[in-house]
Design a protein around this ligand. Structure first.
Ligand SMILES: [Zn+2]
Length: 359
């Protein structure tokens, strides 16, 4: 009975929302006492006996009207409710089912007030001191990790931190131990912005060519330098050239560091071209990606200045690698190797029957 009332209620909402568009007929039938009203994604509605109804469920019919419709939005914030079979038609008219691509959460650090506004209005709020999002991670929403190797560099990394701060985004820095001393203030600022401080070894030696104490030293010296500056050890490690073997894994485990590779290679070091870095990312990025950049090139920072708001507009939360690990698989394991945490990978790692879609 409650279901029927729900349908009528939704029908009433539909009339109000779409009325004139006439997208969905609103004579939702209450049905006879023993009959079940069922709905299809292309807008049909029929009565079935309970036994028939069970069977119909296997061929694309639903007994809940809400299952056959979906809400869509336009950039100006207007919304409609349509049958699922009509989604592509309305996409051509500029509607999207991706709510997060239309609205953004903004946050006022002074008053701790949070609200949702149109993407098109976000910049005007930022100019008044608001920030994009509260910085909290919502595990239900798409997220990616921007990672930066070979720094820090006083000038280029500073520009990067400026844009991260302005957009309330975070990144993971795989720093070289021998670059840390000269950039202590930069590293302290990374920490204060909630960025992740990680190691890229002491001096960029290929770890698989080392063994014993020489291998350990690459972890130890890098860790000591970071500890001197912020009082903490690197949380994860990225081996130079992505090159590792069993001894590297074993030492990383001893130092409590998961090994982080990447799923999107921007090739920024090679192209040194902001447009190319930008389009590589925007054309390939997906939920759970770990993106590889180097924060020592001006061209990389030029690209990232554009990428950060663009990715947020696409609905991605820009989080650290460990935050993503926490949100998606309950944490990263020291000594284990991670390339990405896309839905398919998460499914494999957790062995759970996830409801999220395969890529
Ligand atoms: Zn490197």
């Amino acid at each position: 009975m409650r279901k029927v009332v729900g349908c009528i209620l939704l029908a009433a909402i539909l009339v109000t929302c779409l009325g004139m568009r006439g997208i969905i007929p609103v004579d939702v039938d209450q049905g006879g006492s023993d009959m079940v009203t069922m709905y299809s994604e292309d807008g049909r509605q029929e009565q079935f006996t309970p036994a028939e109804a069970e069977e119909q469920k296997t061929v694309g019919w639903y007994d809940n009207f809400n299952d056959v419709v979906t809400k869509m939005w336009k950039k100006d914030g207007s919304s409609i409710v349509v049958y699922k079979s009509d989604v592509s038609k309305y996409e051509k008219e500029g509607f999207t089912t991706n709510y997060a691509s239309i609205f953004s959460k903004i946050y006022n650090p002074e008053t701790e007030e949070e609200k949702e506004v149109l993407k098109t209005e976000v910049q005007s709020y930022i100019d008044q001191g608001w920030k994009r999002g509260s910085g909290e991670v919502d595990p239900e929403l798409p997220m990616i990790a921007l990672t930066f190797d070979d720094g820090p560099n006083k000038d280029t990394t500073k520009r990067l931190l400026d844009v991260l701060e302005e957009n309330n985004a975070r990144a993971t820095f795989f720093m070289l131990g021998d670059h840390m001393k000269g950039a202590a203030d930069t590293i302290k600022r990374m920490k204060s912005l909630g960025c992740e401080l990680s190691s890229h070894t002491y001096d960029h030696t290929q770890l698989t060519q080392l063994s014993g104490d020489a291998l350990k030293e690459q972890f130890e010296k890098s860790g000591n330098n970071l500890k001197d500056i912020v009082g903490e050890d690197p949380s994860t490690v990225r081996p130079p050239y992505g090159s590792y073997d069993d001894s590297v894994k074993s030492v990383a485990k001893d130092f409590g560091q998961p090994i982080i590779l990447w799923s999107v290679d921007t090739l920024d070091w090679k192209s040194k071209n902001a447009d190319s870095v930008y389009s590589t990312v925007m054309s390939t990025v997906q939920d759970g990606d770990i993106l590889l950049f180097h924060d020592i090139y001006d061209s990389t920072i030029d690209a990232v200045v554009r990428l950060i708001p663009a990715l947020q507009d696409e609905g991605y939360q820009l989080v650290t690698v460990s935050e993503m690990g926490e949100a998606k698989i309950g944490g990263l394991e020291p000594g284990d190797v991670y390339t990405d945490l896309r839905p398919g990978t998460v499914k494999k790692l957790t062995g759970a029957s996830s409801q999220s879609e395969e890529e």
